[in-house]
Design a protein around this ligand. Structure first.
Ligand SMILES: Cc1ncc(C[n+]2csc(CCOP(=O)(O)OP(=O)(O)O)c2C)c(N)n1
Length: 339
């Protein structure tokens, strides 16, 4: 195909945001995650995917911004709203889709499904269905890094609903007490299932909860991938250099219901529209077009490539085998054979 023309951008302008290569990577990843999620929703409706399916369409700025602050040696934990995080961390989209289909080729060998994606090879340690339960587990991984004397950082993603649960407070308390290299990222999408944050939490500005543990905290625009990346970079650096925890609250929104089963009637169309106007993909795309860093032709190429990757992931998942009955007892106990 013919190469598209590209505007040359003054270096200082690029440096303020990141390199062109970095910025395009964020854009491509956000588009991939968006289209992957839309396709997963479609596959769920076609009964190719069973169980639960929680999409994070609308939250891609937070997903890509937070994960891009990590180095390869760092660790990532998330809640059940995990597909985008797994992809951003480097899990092959084919292995993610296959896991959603419950197939043996899935990243959790078909045993986890949507909520329990896992891939130790890229230090993606799940995928947790119990709200806030992974916060102490992630804190433990940060403790392990200090024991081993490494400079690995652990990042833990959870919703604002998780911050009303004891495990959140236990995790933050121990993280500060023992000075652990962990970055807690609260994706405040305003609703925990159908309950608005101000109806469930005595303090609805979540970052303020960190002061109870004397932990550094900030709130950022979660629809702006660069703002999220920068805040997370500050947290990661604090963890790596000073061995201190951070709490970051990203203000974001899921355009769809809590899960595929939720028609989301508890919020107004005007509210959804307000957030859609701040769409993270559109925001970055507009910024890059204004700076002459991407053309419409290049955007079309990105969309076409992403469509191919997503289609291939569905084909792969569809023709993959179901887990074998012979493997039923694998990985049930620590000593049983497994990956
Ligand atoms: C301990 C626990 N209580 C209740 C549930 C049921 N539940 C699943 S998701 C959810 C809402 C969580 O909201 P939030 O933490 O804000 O995350 P979001 O879904 O918005 O990403 C609840 C109550 C659960 N999975 N675990």
């Amino acid at each position: 195909m013919e190469r598209k023309s590209r505007t040359v951008v003054p270096k200082e302008r690029v440096d303020a945001l990141g390199t062109r290569e970095q910025l395009l990577r964020y854009l491509k990843l956000m588009v991939l995650i968006r289209r992957f999620e839309e396709k997963a929703g479609e596959m769920y409706l076609r009964a190719k995917i069973g169980g639960y399916l929680h999409l994070n369409i609308g939250e891609e700025g937070t997903v890509v911004g937070s994960v891009s602050a990590l180095e390869e040696r760092d660790y990532l934990y998330t809640s059940y709203r995990d597909h985008g995080y797994a992809i951003a961390r480097g899990v092959n989209p084919k292995a993610v889709m296959a896991e959603l289909f419950g197939k043996a080729t899935g990243c959790s060998q078909g045993r986890g499904g949507s909520m329990h994606l896992f891939d130790a090879r890229v230090h993606f340690l799940g995928g947790y269905g119990i709200v806030a339960a992974h916060i102490p587990v992630a804190t433990g991984t940060a403790l392990a890094a200090t024991y081993r004397g490494t400079d690995e950082v652990t990042m833990c993603i959870f919703g604002e609903g998780a911050t009303n649960i004891g495990a959140f407070h236990e995790g933050l308390n121990v993280a500060k007490l023992w000075r652990l290299p962990v970055v807690f990222v609260c994706t405040n999408n305003i609703y925990g299932m159908g309950t608005a944050v101000n109806r469930a939490s005595a303090v609805s500005e979540i970052y303020r909860k960190a002061c109870a543990y004397d932990i550094a905290a900030e709130r950022v625009d979660g629809m702006d991938v660069l703002a999220v990346r920068d805040a997370c970079l500050r947290g990661v650096e604090r963890a790596r250099k000073e061995s201190e925890p951070t709490l970051i609250e990203t203000m974001t929104y899921r355009y769809r219901g809590h899960s595929m089963a939720d028609p989301a009637r508890y919020r107004s169309e005007a509210e959804v529209r307000w957030w859609r106007e701040r769409d993270p993909i559109l925001t970055l795309e507009t910024k890059l077009k204004e700076q002459g860093m991407v053309t419409q032709e290049e955007m079309d190429d990105i969309e076409a490539n992403v469509e191919r990757v997503v289609e291939e992931s569905v084909e792969f998942a569809d023709r993959s085998p179901a887990p074998s009955l012979d493997d039923l007892y694998k990985n049930v106990y620590a000593e049983s054979e497994g990956r």
